[in-house]
Design a protein around this ligand. Structure first.
Ligand SMILES: [Zn+2]
Length: 102
C-alpha cells in the first residue's frame, strides 16, 4: 500500500521533472538562438512576425522597423528620445497625458 503510493508519487515527480526539463530546454534554445543572432550582428526578429528588423532613423533616433508588417519597435530609451519631439502626436499625447484630476 505504502509502496504503491510512493510509486505514484515518484511517477508524478518524474512527470513534473520532465515538463520542467522541457521548459528549460526550450528556453535555453531560445536564448541561445537570440545570443547567436546578436553575435552575428543581426537585430532581433520582429516580435509579431519574426522577420529580421531593419534599423531606420526617425527624427535622429535609431528605431527598428519590420519590413514585412511595418511594425516599429522601440527600446525604452528610444521612446523617451522620441516622445518630447512628438508632443502633438499620439505618441506625445500618450507620454505626456495630463494627469487626471478626478
Ligand atoms: Zn513583423
Amino acid at each position: 500500500m505504502a509502496d504503491d503510493k510512493d510509486r505514484l508519487g515518484e511517477k508524478l515527480h518524474q512527470k513534473e521533472k520532465a515538463e520542467e526539463d522541457r521548459y528549460f530546454a526550450e528556453r535555453d534554445r531560445e536564448l541561445l538562438a537570440r545570443l547567436r543572432r546578436q553575435k552575428e550582428g543581426e537585430s532581433l526578429g520582429c516580435p509579431r512576425c519574426g522577420t529580421a528588423l531593419s534599423p531606420v532613423v526617425y527624427q535622429d533616433v535609431n528605431i527598428d522597423q519590420c519590413p514585412a508588417c511595418q511594425g516599429v519597435w522601440l527600446d525604452r530609451g528610444e521612446l523617451e528620445a522620441l516622445a518630447p519631439r512628438e508632443r502633438g502626436s499620439w505618441l506625445g499625447r500618450f507620454f505626456y497625458r495630463p494627469k487626471s484630476s478626478v
